[in-house]
Design a protein around this ligand. Structure first.
Ligand code: SF4
Ligand code: SF4
Length: 512
C-alpha cells in the first residue's frame, strides 16, 4: 500500500511529533483557511475534514485565522521513556543528527532554562528621606544620547564653562531603546520596513543588520545604524554616510565566534541587489574580519570608517559577551569607538548552529556590569555609549540592565513578538507563517508593515512609561542618573559569587 505524505514525513522525522493541532469537528466550518495558511503543511483536508498531517511547530497561525475558534495546539506529552540524563532534548538531537549527519541548526535565543539574573534582582524605591517623583506631575527624562561624549567640562572664571575636546557626533533618542540588527534577508521586506517605521516614529535607532539598506528604506536612514560585518554585504561609502551611525560587528550573542549564513534560497532578486551578491548563492560571512587580528587593526578600521563618513556620525563596535569582555571593551574604547554594543548569549538570531547558541558566551547581566566596572576603573566609561542586548524581554529587564551599567538596551525578539512572532524557533527554515522570517512573497505579504509598526511603537512607548514610573518611584528624575547605579539593585538568587562579580549587594544589605 502506498504511503501517505504524512506517514513518509513522520518516518523521515523519526522522533515523535512534539505538537498536534486539534480541531473540534463539531464547530469547524470546513473553510480550509488553516490548511491554506499553514506554511509547514501540518494540516490536511481529507474526506471533508481537517486532519493533522505532522510537522506542526506550534507557530499558532491556524489558531489566528480560524473563524470558528475551533483549533488548539497541544504539546504532546513525552513519548520517550523517562531518563533525567539522556533527557528528551538530548535524544531528539541524537536522532536528528543520526538522520542528517549535519550540524543542528536553529534560530531565536537559547531555550535552555539557564538562570536569568534579571529575575534574581530587585530594584530599590524612595522612602521618607529621598522622596519619590510623580512622573505625571514632574519631568522624568528618558532621552538618551548616543556617541563618544568626549571632552571634559572646564570652568573658567573669566568666561562660560567650555568642553576641552570636541565631543564628536551625538544622537538623541527619546528613550533608551535601540531595535537591534535584524537584517533584510533574515526577515522580510515588510518586517524590516515595520521596524524602521517604528524607529522613526519613536525617534530611536534601529539596526540595519549585515544586509545593507534597501533603497526604499533611505527615508528611514536617519534612524538606522548601518552595520559592517565580516562579509561587508551592501556596504558603500554613500550608504554609511546616509545612516545615523555605523557599527562594526565583530560578534553576536547567539553565535560568538561565528559568521552569518543566509541560505541561497533566501537570496532573492531583492536580497541579491541589496547585499550586492549573486542571485541564489549562499551569503556566508567569514568568522573573523580578515583585516582585524588585533586592537590596532580595529583602530585602523574605525579610523577608516570615521574618515569615510567625514566624522559626521558615531562609529561603534558590537561584540558578543565572552569571558574576557571587560578587557576587550577597554581595547575597543581605546581604539576610538564612540559606542560599544554588548550582546549576551541568550540573544536571538535568524540562524545558528544550536551548539553555539546554547553553550557559548556570557549572560548579558554579568557582561554589562563587568564592562561598566572595567571602563570606570580605567577612566574610559564617560568616553563611550554602552548598548546591551541579549534577551531584553520587558521594561524590568531594560531598567535592570541600565542600573547594571548600560546606557541603553538593544531589543530584537520582543519587537518581533510584538509583530506576531511566536518564537517557534523555525526562522532558519525561511517558512515563517507570520511573514516575518521569510522571503517567500506569499508569506511576506501576510505582514502589514503599518499594523506591525504600530504594535512595536505601542510596546516601546509602554516600556518607556514603565521606565518613568520606576524612575519616579526610585526618586530619580533622569534615566542617565540610573546608569551604573548598582546600589539601587539587590540580588536574591542562589549564587552570591555572581552578585559579587556584578557588584550588586545581596537583599537585606543597606546602603553604604
Ligand atoms: S480554519 Fe477553522 S473553521 Fe476553517 S477549516 Fe480550519 S479549523 Fe475549520
Ligand atoms: S519569526 Fe517566524 S519563524 Fe521565526 S520564531 Fe518568529 S514565528 Fe517562528
Amino acid at each position: 500500500m502506498a504511503q501517505t505524505e504524512a506517514v513518509k514525513r513522520r518516518m523521515e522525522l523519526e522522533a515523535p511529533e512534539r505538537f498536534m493541532p486539534v480541531i473540534d469537528a463539531s464547530l469547524c466550518k470546513r473553510c480550509r483557511k488553516c490548511v491554506n495558511e499553514c506554511s509547514y503543511r501540518a494540516l490536511d483536508f481529507v474526506d471533508g475534514n481537517v486532519r493533522p498531517a505532522g510537522g506542526c511547530v506550534a507557530c499558532g497561525r491556524c489558531i489566528n485565522v480560524c473563524p470558528a475558534h475551533c483549533i488548539e495546539i497541544r504539546q504532546i506529552p513525552s513519548q520517550f521513556p523517562p531518563h533525567a540524563n539522556f533527557n528528551e532534548r538530548v535524544r531528539r538531537a541524537i536522532m536528528s543528527q543520526a538522520s542528517t549527519g549535519g550540524v543542528l541548526l536553529t534560530s531565536c535565543g537559547t531555550d535552555i532554562a539557564y538562570p536569568v539574573m534579571f529575575d534574581e534582582m530587585v530594584l530599590d524605591a524612595a522612602q521618607v528621606t529621598n522622596p519619590a517623583i510623580d512622573p505625571l506631575r514632574e519631568v522624568v527624562e528618558t532621552r538618551t544620547y548616543v556617541g563618544g561624549r568626549k571632552g571634559r567640562l572646564r570652568v573658567n572664571e573669566k568666561g562660560p564653562p567650555y568642553l576641552d575636546e570636541d565631543p564628536g557626533p551625538i544622537i538623541a533618542m527619546d528613550m533608551p531603546i535601540m531595535i537591534g540588527h535584524i537584517s533584510l534577508g533574515s526577515v522580510s521586506y515588510n518586517a524590516q520596513k515595520a521596524l524602521f517605521m517604528a524607529a522613526k516614529e519613536l525617534n530611536i535607532l534601529a539596526g540595519s543588520g549585515e544586509g545593507g539598506l534597501h533603497r526604499d528604506f533611505l527615508p528611514y536612514a536617519k534612524n538606522v545604524v548601518s552595520e559592517i560585518a565580516s562579509g561587508r554585504f551592501g556596504v558603500t561609502g554613500d550608504y554609511l554616510k546616509s545612516t545615523a551611525a555605523v557599527e562594526i560587528k565583530i560578534g553576536q550573542g547567539a553565535k560568538p565566534g561565528h559568521g552569518g549564513h543566509l541560505p541561497g534560497e533566501k537570496v532573492s532578486a531583492m536580497i541579491s541587489q541589496t547585499r550586492m551578491i549573486p542571485l541564489g548563492t549562499d551569503a556566508i560571512s567569514p568568522y573573523p574580519h580578515h583585516d582585524i587580528y588585533s586592537i590596532e587593526d580595529l583602530q585602523q578600521l574605525i579610523s577608516v570608517v570615521k574618515e569615510s563618513v567625514e566624522y559626521k556620525v558615531p562609529v561603534g563596535v558590537k561584540i558578543a559577551a565572552v569571558h574576557n569582555v571587560g578587557a576587550i571593551a577597554s581595547g575597543i574604547v581605546r581604539a576610538g569607538a564612540d559606542f560599544i554594543t554588548i550582546d549576551g548569549f541568550r540573544g536571538g538570531t535568524g540562524s545558528t548552529p544550536r551548539i553555539i547558541r546554547d553553550h557559548v558566551g556570557l549572560p548579558i547581566e554579568v557582561a554589562i556590569s563587568v564592562v561598566d566596572q572595567r571602563l570606570t576603573k580605567e577612566g574610559l566609561r564617560n568616553r563611550v555609549t554602552v548598548f546591551a542586548g541579549g534577551s531584553i524581554r520587558s521594561s524590568a529587564d531594560m531598567i535592570k540592565a541600565i542600573a547594571l551599567g548600560a546606557d541603553a538596551v538593544m531589543v530584537c525578539t520582543a519587537a518581533l513578538v510584538a509583530m506576531g512572532c511566536r518564537v517557534c524557533q523555525q526562522c532558519h527554515r525561511g517558512m515563517c507563517s507570520w511573514g516575518i522570517a521569510t522571503q517567500r512573497e506569499e508569506l511576506a505579504s501576510r505582514l502589514n508593515p503599518e499594523v506591525a509598526s504600530a504594535r512595536v511603537v505601542r510596546l516601546f512607548r509602554s516600556w518607556n512609561e514603565e521606565l518613568k514610573e520606576i524612575l519616579g518611584a526610585m526618586g530619580i528624575d533622569s534615566v542617565e542618573s540610573l546608569v551604573g547605579n548598582r546600589d539601587r539593585l539587590r540580588y536574591f538568587g542562589p549564587n552570591s559569587k555572581i552578585a559579587e562579580i556584578m557588584g550588586v549587594k545581596h537583599v537585606g544589605e543597606g546602603w553604604g
